[in-house]
Each structure stands twice: as C-alpha cells, then as structure tokens.
Ligand binder design. Sequence first.
Ligand code: SIN
Length: 475
Amino acid sequence: MSEQILIGGQWRDGADGERISVADPATSDEITTVAAGTPADATAAVDAAAAAQPGWAATAPRERAEVLRACWSTLLDHQDELAELITGEHGKPLADARGEVAYAAEFFRWNSEEAVRIHGSMGTAPSGNNKIIVRHPPVGVVVMVTPWNFPAAMITRKVAPALAAGNAAVVKPPAETPLTALRVADLLQQAGVPDGVINVVPTADSAAWFEAATEHRATRMVSFTGSTAVGKLLLKRCADRVLKVAMELGGNAPFIVFADADLDAAVEGAMVAKMRHSAETCTAANRFFAARAVAAEFTAKLANAMSEVRVGSGFDDGVTCGPMINPAAIESISGLVGAAVGDGAEVALGGSAIDGPGFFYEPTVLGGVAPGAGITRHEIFGPVAPVIPFDDHDTMIDNANDTEMGLAAYVYSADLARAMRTAERLESGIVGINRGAMSDPAAPFGGMKQSGLGREGASEGIYEFCETQYIAASW
Ligand code: SIN
C-alpha cells in the first residue's frame, strides 16, 4: 500500500513527519495512516511538475496516448485491489467500488483516443492580409483538488485529460480517502507516466496547502470537484493569481415523473439516481416531483424499493448502501429530515440514523413535501428521497429551476416530445430522459449556475486543460 506522498517520482514522508489517520466509516476504526503533506511539500510538488511538464508536452501525442491506454489497462488489472481500498476508506459496497474503478479507468481510454485529436485551425483574415492560426497548447501545471465520494474516478476524470493534453498534475486528494489516490498514482507510474508528471500530496491542512500550491508561479490552473461553498473560496483565491479554473460543484437535482410515465421504470431509475454509490453523488436526485395523479403510487413504490436496500459495511455480501462518510454527514441528514417532518412531510419509510459503530442512515422516503420546503433547498448527500406532488407543468418547471444549483436533472415520461421540451427548459448541465444514470467519460459532465464552471469528459474536457493561442502570420 502506498502510504507516503509522491513528488517527482519519489515516495517520501511530509516535511514535518506528520501523518493523517484514515478510518473505515463502517466502524470508525483506523485503517492506517498516510504521510501528511505540508505547504512546503505542495511547493515541492509544483516544482517537480513544472520540471517534468515541458518534456511531457514535447512527447508525441501518439506516445502520450499509448501511455494513457496503458493506464487504462493497468487500472483494470488492479480492479479488485482498488475496489477494496475504495470500500475500506469510503465505505461504498464492493460492487459499486468495482464499478467506480472501471469508470475511473475509462477516463484514460477515452482520453487516450482524444490525445491525438487536439485540433486547431487556420483561416485567412477578412482583410486578406494574414493567416489566422489557432492552436491549443497545454496549460502547464494543473493543481487538482478532489473529493472523497469517488476516491478514484474524480482523480482520473481530471488527470487523464490533463495528461492527454500535455500538462503535469499536482493532486490533493481528500484526507478521508487518500489511500486510493496514492495507489492509483503508483499504478499510473507503473503504466509509464513519467516522474513528476503526476504528483499526489495528501494533507491535513487543505487551506495552507492550497495557498502554497497556488502561490507558486508555475501553477496555471486549478481543477476542483467538491461543494459550492468550498468552490467559492477556491475561486476567490484563484482570482488573486488569475488562474484558469474548472469547477465541478454541488447539485440539487430534480427528478420529474409525469403521469404517463412507466412507474416501475421510473422507480428503477429513481433508485439509481438516488442511491448509486451510497447516495453520495453530486448528481443524486434530490427532489422528486411527481404528477399528483401518480404521486401516491410513485411514493409507495419508491418506499417499497428503498425498503429492499440493505445498509451495512460495503464488504458484506448483499449490502447495497454503505455508511455515510462521517458523523457530520449523519448530523446534516438528520437535521434536514427532522425539519422536513416539522414542515409537514409524511414519513413513508425510514427517517432515522442507525446506531453505530459506523455512520449509517436509514433509506428514507418522505411524501407530500412542499415545493419550497427546507429539505428541497439543500444537497442531502444521503439516502433520503423527498417526493413533491405537482399539478401544473409550468409551475413544476419553475419550482425545479428554483435553486442556485444546476448540475443534473431527470425526466420520466412516455411522451418523448414532452420529455424533450421539459429537458430544454431545465437549467441543468445534464438531463436524463427515462434514465437514472448519465455519467459517461464520452459525455460533457458539468453544471450550470452555481454547480460549476467548465466541462469534464467528451471532446470538450480536454480543451479545458488547453490554452488557446492565435498566431497572425503573413508569408
Ligand atoms: C460526483 O458526484 O461528483 C460525480 C458523479 C459522477 O461522476 O457520476
């Protein structure tokens, strides 16, 4: 197991010898400790990245593509081992963790295919006096701050396109899940990523780490996935240095069920949209709008499906929802559910935290929730589904859009034209029609409004990690 920080191809302890305790959220027992990076280590990591990046950028795109393809197959060769690390430190069921490793690896396969297709253009200026040549060189050194909910995939979603474009990465994984990050980096090095092109430095002091990493003159970009609140703080810091940013922030996804929807399919989709990866995704369905004619039946069917969820350690056979990440998550979910019940929601299922050890919450369905109730204004990040009956299509769309967030949305209807018209009116970067899962490295992932800036994946994803240079040339 890699339990040290990785800088310039060297594994070592942090400058002050401190360590971070990594715990299993299913028991709250310590699994192990990892070296904690200091601000000086963040600076050293940017130094190493800056030294390695020009050589990597000068490597032929085909060669970079082949290294990325080797990363894809190496990660898959270690799928079970990585899944066990993910389940150990995050808690999600092993099947979800295996799925995450496949998803994480796929970012390398997709971007290996994109690495040789970073196109520019050439045209003649309208005056006829010169050529307008546009090219897309790499940004340089990219600082990446990643979340705990996908300990592998949220790193590879950034590292793969950044490396494909010729950048070098300095990754700060979350203190909750550093083990997966370090092992992934180890495997990427084994697959041929040169020393210094990827550096991983966990820390116990994120603010000081980030300050040092972004103070460094070589840092050109910050890519962050996490909450909108933290994203805003990082954006302010990036403004001081006018750094390029890519931000994948919070969500508050509406899940809309029209009266003509196939209710069984809608419930199946709802379970995926709500419960995948233990309900701790930023795309998670957060507000279920059900047409009043079917709201009671949808609520009952959803409660029935949620009652089949088995909560427990992600290592146990048959478990489909693991623990929440920490006690603060349980406190937040309990507060939201308590307030919703106080506001008049009916508890169709669950409604309480489960006694420890570990941080578990009952799969919960709340019926009869009012459109503006407090629980509809917060990202729940837990296994709680509030159902809001609606009568009027236009009012429902207004309510669905009545949030500062705009990441994902889901629409269930047998009438594709109605579903498409609805999707077009939703202020969300990603809309699923009759689907509960949309994430795909080949598709542009990202949010509107305060859910983020930029897109990850698809062809767009690689250009986030590129500059645009225009050359006016006469000959
Ligand atoms: C996230 O929750 O941050 C990402 C979800 C996904 O990639 O599906």
